[in-house]
Write a protein that binds this ligand. Structure first.
Ligand code: 9MR
Length: 340
């Protein structure tokens, strides 16, 4: 009887201690389960106490939604606007979060002087300088970068960007090599949208592009599937998994890098169910495919969403509502992280 009493007490103590020391927040559960669970944020988010609490209690990866883009960090050739980015990087460090950089090569949000580049030599010089200056400044602090973003058109051809026009076909080679040189430990990623379903022409072209880069020894470590989805179209699980598998065979990781699931308004219970199904399916894939290494959302609240501007009539895409209150989709994802 005494032994029974003693072992019962011991069990109760172990349970109580686990309660004290075990994970409590979603972020702590994500850490415990080695899930890289992240979000993109605005510069102001890391200055606002309510946003800071929300971010640190939930996520272990941080991405600047706009702060590192060329037009913001270097609006003209000789002026570097470091303060917001320095702040965000310091915030990530302080909170032991993985910091991801986004992005160098893109066709949007470039500074005017970039869009005015004319010659190959000048464009290479500016691009290499951008990559080297940013990555040297944040060496050891930013762990991974979308070196290039959205380089393909929907038909799978190379997008006609300022980089293609001025530098030519080897601009990705130049960008990734400059990135490896600037910070050899940083993980280098090629990111795009509508590239997740194997069999889709753009996704297949994306795969072929990555394969050709690797055949030419261009240093690339992973790819990003942005996953800006619509709730009305279910995730094509088999095609996504098949696509993930072929990148695994190349030795590359896949990040679900900009997740949001927009819904046609007005919101209905059925549409909300569809959205929850899409989010949870993505999480299920992240939790079961060994080379899918992160689940990163593009913003956390409908209040600050990029979607209504770009897709009028759609919205409700994020985990938190207009009042920054967690939605049922938040609870569904949380449950999968807490009880994987
Ligand atoms: O969310 C970003 C929004 O605030 C900007 O106005 C927009 C500018 O084009 O870029 C948005 O982020 C994009 C990201 O950088 C790349 N993939 C698509 C994202 C949504 O447009």
């Amino acid at each position: 009887m005494r032994a029974f009493y003693r072992s019962t007490m011991l069990c109760l103590m172990v349970v109580a201690l686990a309660g004290c020391f075990g994970p409590k927040t979603v972020r702590e559960f994500a850490d415990k389960n080695k899930l890289h669970y992240g979000v993109s944020v605005q510069a102001a988010d890391v200055l606002d106490p309510a946003a800071i609490a929300l971010i640190t209690e939930n996520f272990n990866i941080l991405v600047p939604e706009n702060t590192m883009k060329w037009g913001i960090i270097r609006p003209n050739r000789t002026f570097w606007n470091w303060s917001d980015m320095d702040n965000m990087v310091a915030f990530a460090k302080k909170n032991k979060m993985i910091m991801k950089g986004h992005t160098f090569v893109w066709h949007q949000q470039n500074a005017p002087f970039v869009n005015a580049l004319k010659t190959r030599e000048d464009a290479i010089a500016v691009l290499e300088e951008q990559i080297s200056v940013v990555m040297t400044r944040y060496k050891g602090k930013i762990a991974e970068y979308d070196v290039a973003n959205e380089v393909l058109e929907e038909d799978g051809s190379m997008r006609k960007t300022i980089w293609l026009k001025t530098i030519g076909d080897d601009y990705l080679d130049i960008a990734f090599k400059a990135a490896r040189k600037a910070d050899p430990k940083a993980k280098l990623i090629l990111n795009d949208f509508n590239n997740e379903n194997m069999g889709n022409p753009k996704a297949d072209a994306f795969y072929e592009l990555v394969k050709s880069l690797m055949q030419r020894n261009v240093p690339i470590d992973g790819v990003g599937f942005q996953m800006h989805l619509m709730g009305m179209y279910p995730v094509q699980e088999e095609d996504v998994r098949a696509n993930v598998a072929r990148f695994r065979e190349l030795g590359l990781t896949v990040s679900f890098s900009e997740i949001d699931v927009r819904v046609k308004l007005p919101m209905t219970p059925e549409r909300e169910e569809e959205q929850i199904a899409a989010y949870t399916k993505l999480m299920e894939i992240v939790q079961t495919e060994p080379n899918v290494d992160s689940f990163i959302m593009w913003g956390y609240t409908d209040k600050m969403s990029w979607i209504p501007q770009v897709f009028p009539g759609f919205g409700f895409a994020h985990l938190y509502d207009w009042d920054v209150k967690p939605k049922p989709v938040y609870e569904a994802i949380k449950k999968m992280i807490v009880e994987p």
